[in-house]
Design a protein around this ligand. Structure first.
Ligand SMILES: O=P(O)(O)OC[C@H]1O[C@](O)(COP(=O)(O)O)[C@@H](O)[C@@H]1O
Ligand SMILES: [Mg+2]
Ligand SMILES: [Mg+2]
Length: 322
């Protein structure tokens, strides 16, 4: 089975990017080990602190963030980091060529129930003019990413990654510690009969999503003339993994609760990397108003609405916004 290194070389990734990705994944392997030890390693439960988004931090949020930060800072390849668990940009090496953004642990509420969680990351070029503590270099659209991916800590530890030439999925071989290519060049089915949305928020949704989901629920008796099934992992990383494997549509739409939060998911740490993976696998990713990867961020912790997945189904959903 092909190794990660040879696939990245075949996809034309430059050596320094390959070395950076290998470093990042060394951190993810350590997180994978800690996660697998669970309560035995004392990593479950909450801390007493909140992150910049006002969410209570789980111990694993803090531990995963620290592991990735330490390993990337030491590497010399990275000029600065932005993380869901850091208030500000973290300056790294002044000569570093890359910027890394990550959600160190996605699906935190799943930690206590031994359910799916993961790490989501993206990488972009660091401009030469940039001072390592300057957040403005992170305010570039997702189209500028050179790589993105996630590591899913599930029954198997899996990596989905793109460097812009297709999305590949690898499985961690824990006997020798390498990621092996198990699902090359993933193609997301264009059609689906499966959707994901947190229906407990329904009363807050905007009309287009209200109308679209109502038509899905109407099944064969509604305008879509098809019965749909529903899935919700409560970790975007798990939902997107299912979509990459067998198609579907995932939505975390804008809702009316808090106008300062246009959606729950974060553009830099969640929406953009997943959009890059999805588009490279033949799917689509939209805010409802436009392509996620073309959103120009105004601040590093910005949130966006997310409608992502199988091409025909995302297009069908977007007609409700017209
Ligand atoms: O509480 P809800 O609505 O189920 O939210 C689930 C969503 O929140 C998230 O868990 C947010 O991620 P974090 O765990 O990194 O904060 C997404 O992964 C997931 O899709
Ligand atoms: Mg998350
Ligand atoms: Mg998180």
């Amino acid at each position: 089975m092909k190794r990660l290194n040879s696939q990245m070389q075949q996809d034309g990734a430059p050596l320094e990017l390959i070395l950076l990705i290998r470093t990042l994944l060394a951190g993810c392997k350590e997180i994978s080990f800690r996660v697998s030890q669970g309560a035995l390693a004392g990593v479950l439960g909450s801390t007493l602190s909140e992150n910049v988004q006002g969410e209570t931090q789980k111990k694993l949020d803090v531990i995963s963030n620290q592991i990735l930060k330490d390993i990337l800072k030491e590497s010399g390849y990275v000029k600065a980091i932005s993380s869901e668990e850091e208030d500000d940009v973290v300056p790294c090496h002044p000569e570093g060529k890359y910027l890394v953004s990550f959600d160190p642990l996605d699906g935190s509420s799943n930690t206590e129930i031994n359910s799916l969680i993961g790490t989501i990351f993206s990488i972009a070029h660091a401009p030469q003019w940039m001072e390592p503590d300057d957040p403005s270099a992170f305010l570039q659209p997702g189209t500028q990413m050179v790589a993105a991916g996630y590591v899913l800590y599930g029954p198997s530890t899996m990596l989905a990654m793109t460097t812009g030439r297709g999305t590949h999925i690898y499985t961690l071989d824990k006997t020798h510690g390498g990621f092996l290519l198990t699902h090359p060049n993933i193609q997301v089915p264009e059609q689906t009969a499966e959707f994901s949305i947190n229906a407990s928020n329904q009363r807050h949704w905007e009309p287009p999503i209200q109308n679209y989901v109502a038509d899905l629920l109407a099944g064969t008796e509604g305008p879509r003339e098809k019965n749909y099934n529903m899935r919700w992992v409560a970790a975007m990383v798990g939902d997107i993994h299912r979509l990459l494997c067998r198609g579907g549509i995932f939505m975390y739409p804008y809702d009316k609760r808090d106008p300062s939060k246009p959606g729950k998911l974060r553009l830099l740490y969640e929406a953009n990397p997943m959009a890059f993976l999805m588009e490279q696998a033949g799917g689509l990713a939209s805010t409802g108003e436009g392509r996620i990867m073309e959103v120009m961020p105004e601040e590093i912790h910005q949130r966006v609405p997310v409608i992502i997945g199988s091409k025909d189904e995302v297009e069908a959903c977007l007609t409700y916004y017209d």
